[in-house]
Design a protein around this ligand. Structure first.
Ligand code: GSH
Length: 209
């Protein structure tokens, strides 16, 4: 098994944060190649800035999105899939212990991407609209119920929690959702208090807006 250094394309202020958090949790080295979201840049764009529509980056990810990860010739897009891959590759408590846990971790990751992210992203980008909050009441109730054992899978902190926390985070501004889901609130704070998360977040805060 190759355990060499992986490359992550993106910046801390992007969904690459999910992969950087996991790399810190796993204690694996990585090279971060800065690729900025095009929509964050003002014209004229300096020639030395690589962004999501730069021809050099489109060769790596024709979707024109970050993050992308490279590991010994394997190129993966999709932040949540990258996390599932890295967790499984490196094993340990963050990874599924068996096929059933693998199924659950995949389920929660897809649930976050489809049931939560469209609405939580709308809150992050446009503020907590009534429509976005209403759309998230159901998913937050489901999540609250699922957290009866403290974490989503196997009663321990895993990559499933990381993937869902990172998507729920976009709804952080909708405090009423967290008030109505006390287990979600505790779990969210517990996961974000982890040293690996703080390390990612501190670096993120240092990046220019
Ligand atoms: N589903 C993808 C979404 C990737 C995505 O939309 N990334 C944003 C940054 S967080 C991006 O690259 N936006 C720049 C653009 O669309 O030009 C994932 O989870 O990796």
């Amino acid at each position: 098994m190759n355990l060499g250094m992986i490359t992550i394309y993106g910046v801390h202020r992007s969904r690459a944060s999910r992969n950087i958090w996991l790399a810190h949790e796993l204690g694996i080295p990585f090279k971060l190649v800065p690729v900025m979201q095009l929509y964050r840049l003002k014209e004229p764009i300096p020639a030395d800035i690589v962004h999501t529509r730069s021809p050099s980056f489109l060769k790596v990810n024709p979707n024109g999105h970050v993050p992308t990860m490279e590991d010994d010739g394997l190129v993966l897009h999709e932040s949540l899939a990258i996390n599932l891959y890295l967790a499984k590759k490196h094993g340990g408590p963050l990874a599924p212990a068996n096929v059933a846990e693998d199924g659950l971790m995949g389920m929660w990751s897809l649930w976050a991407a489809t049931e939560v992210e469209p609405h939580s992203l709308s809150i992050a980008q446009n503020g907590p609209s009534a429509a976005a909050i209403d759309s998230l009441r159901g998913p937050f109730a489901v999540l609250d119920e699922a957290l009866a054992n403290g974490f989503l899978v196997g009663g321990r902190f895993t990559v499933a929690d990381m993937n869902v926390v990172e998507v729920v985070r976009y709804a952080d501004g909708a405090t009423e959702l967290f008030k109505a889901a006390p287990r979600v609130k505790v779990w969210f704070e517990t996961c974000r208090a982890r040293p690996a998360y703080r390390r990612m977040w501190d670096a993120r805060e240092k990046e220019p807006l």
